[in-house]
Write a protein that binds this ligand. Structure first.
Ligand code: ARG
Length: 449
C-alpha cells in the first residue's frame, strides 16, 4: 500500500508540494456518500454482467458499507497518497477485501466524479426546494394575515400608489415559486446516469448501465460518453438557480432593512432577530436582512466561477473540472443558510399597522385613481393625466378616493385587492406544501437501503 492507484506507469512519486496542489480530497471529501452509493451500484451492475462473482459482489458491498461507516464516524484514516475521495475509498475497500481490486472495471474517476456530482446536485436541488417551501409558506402566511393592511407602493423608492401589505409580501413569494421551478429544472438536468462512459470512450466490457441507473434512481442514461464526462451544465443549472434565488433574497433583505429604519418604521425588529452595536447603546440593527443582501455576492460569484471553469475546455475530461466543486459547494451551502435565515426572519416580522396606514394615507398617491375616474367618464387618458397633474401642481388636487377604496378598486388578476390577495396567498401556501412534498420524496440513497 501507500502507492497511487495509477503508480504502475511511474517509476517514482510526484513531488509532495505538487501532490498537495493536485489533491482534491479537501473539497470532494463531502461527496463520499454519493461515491459509496455509486460504487455500490457499479458493483451490482458488474455482478449483473457477471464481471464479478456473487462472492466478490457481496464482499465488495459489505466492504463499502464498512468504509461508509468509518467515514460517517470519522474513523476513516486518510493517507497522503489518497489524492481524492474516489481513490481513498477504493484504497480502503481493497484493504478490507481483495475483491475491491475488481471494482474499478469499466469505470474511470472521470465518470465516477461525473456521477457523484450529479447525485449531489440532485439532492441539493431537492433540499433547496424544501427550504424554499418553508420560506414561501412563511411569506404566504404573513400575506394572509396582512392581506388588507394598507401601505404605500413605491417606484423609484418614491411613494406611488397604495397597495396592501399582503400584496407586497406576495411579490416576494411569487419569484420564489419560480426559483423552485428552477431548482426542479436543475434536478431534472442532473437526471442522466453517466457510469459506463469510462475515461471518455466507454468500455469494451458489457456493463449493465440500466441496472446501475435503476439502483440509483435515474430514469435516463447519458447518450455520449465524451459529453458525459466533460460537461457540468447540470451543475451550472443549480448554480444559476442559487444565484437567482440569491438576488431575490437580497431584494427581500433590502426591503426589510428599509422598513426597519426610523424613516419608514414599518416593521419592528424583535430581539431574537436583531443585533446591537458595540458602541452605540441605542442601536438595534437588521443584520440578518443585510446579510441576505450581502450573501448574494457569494452565489453570484460561484456562478461566474463555475461558468469560467467550463469555458473553453477541450473535450473531454480536464483536471480544471476539479475546481467545479469549490464553487458549487459554496453556493449550495450558502443557499441552505440563507433560506433558513430568511424563513426565520420573515416569521418574526412584526408590522406597524398605524405607520403603514399613515404612509398609505398620503393623498397624492390617489392621483392615478382620479385620472382613471375621468377615463371612466369618457375622457382620454392622456387628457385626464394632464388635468390631474395640473391640480397636483397647483396644490388644488382633491378626490373622493381614499387608500382603502383605491386598493379595493384594483380588483383584477394580479391586483392588490384584499380579497384577491387573500385568495392568492392561500394558493401560494398550497403550492409551498406541494413543493415540500416533492423535495422530500427523493429516491432513497442506495447506502441507506
Ligand atoms: N478529483 C477529480 C475531480 O474532482 C476526479 C477525477 C480525476 N480524474 C483524473 N483523470 N485525474 O475532477
Amino acid at each position: 500500500m501507500g502507492k497511487k492507484l495509477w503508480s504502475g506507469r511511474f517509476s517514482g512519486p510526484m513531488l509532495p508540494e505538487l501532490e498537495r496542489f493536485a489533491s482534491s480530497l479537501e473539497m470532494d471529501y463531502e461527496l463520499y456518500p454519493y461515491d459509496v452509493a455509486g460504487s455500490l451500484a457499479h458493483a451490482r451492475g458488474l455482478a449483473a454482467a457477471r464481471l464479478l462473482s456473487k462472492t466478490q459482489a457481496t464482499a465488495i458491498e459489505r466492504g463499502l458499507r464498512r468504509v461508509k461507516r468509518e467515514l460517517d464516524e470519522g474513523a476513516f484514516k486518510f493517507r497522503p497518497t489518497d489524492e481524492d475521495i474516489h481513490t481513498a475509498i477504493e484504497r480502503r475497500l481493497t484493504e478490507i477485501t481483495p475483491a475491491g481490486a475488481s471494482l474499478h472495471a469499466g469505470r474511470s474517476r472521470n465518470d465516477q466524479i461525473a456521477l457523484d456530482l450529479r447525485l449531489f446536485c440532485r439532492d441539493a436541488a431537492a433540499e433547496a426546494t424544501v427550504g424554499l417551501a418553508a420560506l414561501i409558506e412563511a411569506l404566504a402566511s404573513k400575506a394572509l394575515t396582512h392581506a388588507g393592511w394598507l401601505m404605500p407602493g413605491y417606484t423609484h423608492l418614491q411613494r406611488a400608489q397604495p397597495v396592501t401589505l399582503g400584496h407586497h409580501l406576495l411579490a416576494h413569494a411569487e419569484p420564489l415559486l419560480r426559483d423552485a421551478a428552477r431548482f426542479r429544472q436543475a434536478y431534472a438536468s442532473s437526471g442522466e446516469m453517466p457510469l459506463g462512459s469510462g475515461a471518455l470512450a466507454a468500455t469494451t466490457l458489457p456493463l449493465r448501465r440500466d441496472v446501475v441507473a435503476r439502483e440509483l434512481g435515474f430514469t435516463r442514461l447519458t447518450e455520449n460518453s465524451i459529453d458525459a464526462v466533460s460537461d457540468r451544465d447540470f451543475a451550472l443549472d443549480l448554480a444559476y438557480a442559487c444565484a437567482v434565488l440569491g438576488i431575490h433574497l437580497s431584494r427581500l433583505g433590502e426591503d426589510i432593512v428599509l422598513w426597519a429604519s426610523a424613516e419608514f418604521g414599518f416593521v419592528t425588529l424583535a430581539d431574537e432577530i436583531s443585533t446591537g452595536s458595540s458602541l452605540m447603546p441605542q442601536k438595534k440593527n437588521p443584520d440578518v436582512a443585510e446579510l441576505l443582501r450581502g450573501r448574494a455576492a457569494r452565489s453570484l460569484g460561484s456562478l461566474v466561477a463555475l461558468a469560467t471553469t467550463l469555458k473553453g475546455l477541450p473535450l473531454a475530461y480536464d483536471r480544471d473540472l476539479q475546481e467545479d466543486k469549490t464553487a458549487l459547494f459554496a453556493t449550495v451551502d450558502n443557499t441552505f443558510d440563507c433560506l433558513e435565515a430568511a424563513a426565520i426572519l420573515v416569521e418574526h416580522l412584526e408590522f406597524d399597522r398605524q405607520r403603514l396606514a399613515a404612509a398609505a394615507g398620503d393623498p397624492s398617491m390617489l392621483a392615478t385613481d382620479a385620472a382613471e375616474e375621468l377615463v371612466r367618464g369618457g375622457t382620454a387618458f392622456r387628457k385626464a393625466h394632464q388635468e390631474v397633474a395640473g391640480q397636483v401642481r397647483e396644490g388644488t388636487f382633491a378626490t373622493s378616493f381614499n387608500a382603502k377604496s383605491s386598493v379595493a378598486g384594483r380588483d383584477l388578476v394580479g391586483g392588490p385587492n384584499q380579497r384577491r390577495v387573500a385568495a392568492r396567498a392561500r394558493v401560494v401556501r398550497r403550492e409551498a406544501v406541494a413543493l415540500r412534498r416533492w423535495g422530500q420524496k427523493r429516491p432513497t440513497p442506495l447506502h441507506e437501503r
